[in-house]
Design a protein around this ligand. Structure first.
Ligand SMILES: Nc1ncnc2c1ncn2[C@@H]1O[C@H](COP(=O)(O)OP(=O)(O)OP(=O)(O)O)[C@@H](O)[C@H]1O
Length: 334
């Protein structure tokens, strides 16, 4: 079946709506990869280190695809003991075991018409891998203790923070299951690989924190921001979020935020060398995006008016929006 591919602007808007933030080439490549496979119903495997945004990417895939009107149901394999996996996924029939007093739908049934997001799939025990493979091959399942097979109506998106290909080589992940999952593979970059995104991420995090705590927006001083840009971030965006949150809570007053001593990147083992040009470009990119958003907000998404406010020619302003992947529709009154 030929699927319709969302436009780049639509993809950018959906990614922003689910909370994905960035302006680096790696970020734009990710949005483009999600855009291209969103319309297909094929299984997608998202691979990337912890905290790189795999769950957000899975949500973006869901809301970009034709199943967006259905549910998005996550299942965390890391939190599920092997003995519960099949029951959680496929449900059970009344009487399947001592406590099964009535039929219970599993997560596949709950995700009907939508997306089943199987997170931490690299932690699946061999028995659960076999059950999942059967399900992916047949597109149907039988609740535990049940007699009827049920046709599944879900798209499967899986995520792993270890390489499954390596798992196949080392013998802890089934090759046949890997090939079923990896119909389309998308790799998420580490934060160190896309350090240009740090200022924009920090800006978005601080805006969210200010709104959450009901206080005026705050910003880091230049030294702190430079330090955040050059830290190695082994825990990726999640770790950056923790450091920003701690700084936000620990800095009193209304001046610029500083990094609490001995925390986060300051305590990291080997800071990357300062990349002046990279950081300058990243700061300018984040500044430009924030500026364009402010102006579009003021102009209620009207590009001609926004260009006039910015003192720019409309075509040039439009090109700046496109380069930043900003959709004017997001700023129009609904
Ligand atoms: N590009 C991004 N923009 C904004 N926030 C992000 C981005 N990537 C990750 N985050 C934030 O970082 C945190 C971790 O993201 P997420 O849970 O999607 O990562 P993950 O790769 O699924 O992690 P894990 O493998 O540990 O489950 C979340 O709070 C999320 O909002």
């Amino acid at each position: 079946m030929l699927a319709s591919i969302p436009s780049p602007l639509e993809a950018q808007a959906v990614c922003e709506r689910v909370g994905l933030v960035g302006c680096s080439a790696a970020y734009r490549d990710l949005v483009d990869a999600l855009r291209r496979c969103a319309g297909l119903d094929a299984t997608v495997l998202l691979e990337g280190a912890t905290g790189t945004g795999k769950e957000l990417a899975a949500r973006a895939l869901h809301y970009l695809g034709r199943r967006r009107g259905g549910p998005f149901v996550p299942v965390d394999c890391g939190a599920l003991p092997e003995t519960l996996f099949e029951g959680e996924l496929f449900g059970h029939a009344r009487g399947a075991f001592t406590d099964a007093r009535r039929d219970m739908h599993g997560l596949v049934a709950q995700a009907r018409g939508g997306t089943l997001f199987i997170d931490e799939i690299h932690t699946l025990a061999p028995r659960s891998q076999a059950a999942l493979l059967r399900f992916l091959q047949d597109h149907r399942f039988r609740p535990l203790g049940g007699e009827q097979w049920v046709e599944a109506d879900v798209r499967v998106v899986a995520a792993a923070n270890r390489s499954l290909e390596q798992g196949v080589r080392e013998g802890w992940f089934r090759g046949d299951l890997y090939f079923r999952l990896n119909v389309v593979g998308v790799r998420l970059s580490t934060l160190a690989e896309r350090a240009e995104d740090v200022p924009m991420l920090v800006h978005a995090m601080l805006a969210r924190l200010a709104a959450h705590y009901g206080v005026a927006p705050r910003a880091f001083d230049a030294a702190a921001l430079a330090q955040l840009c050059s830290a190695p971030w082994p825990g990726n965006v999640r770790e950056l979020e923790n450091v920003v949150h701690r700084s936000f809570l620990q800095c009193d007053g209304e001046g610029p935020l500083t990094l609490p001593g001995g925390t986060g990147p300051a305590a990291a083992p080997a800071p990357a060398p300062l990349d002046y040009n990279g950081e300058r470009a990243a700061l300018l990119c984040a500044f430009e995006a924030a500026y364009l958003r402010r102006i579009l907000t003021a102009a209620h998404g009207n590009v001609t008016q926004a260009a006039r406010l910015a003192g720019k020619e409309r075509r040039l302003f439009g090109r700046m929006l496109k380069r930043q992947g900003i959709a004017r529709a997001d700023f129009q009154d609904r």
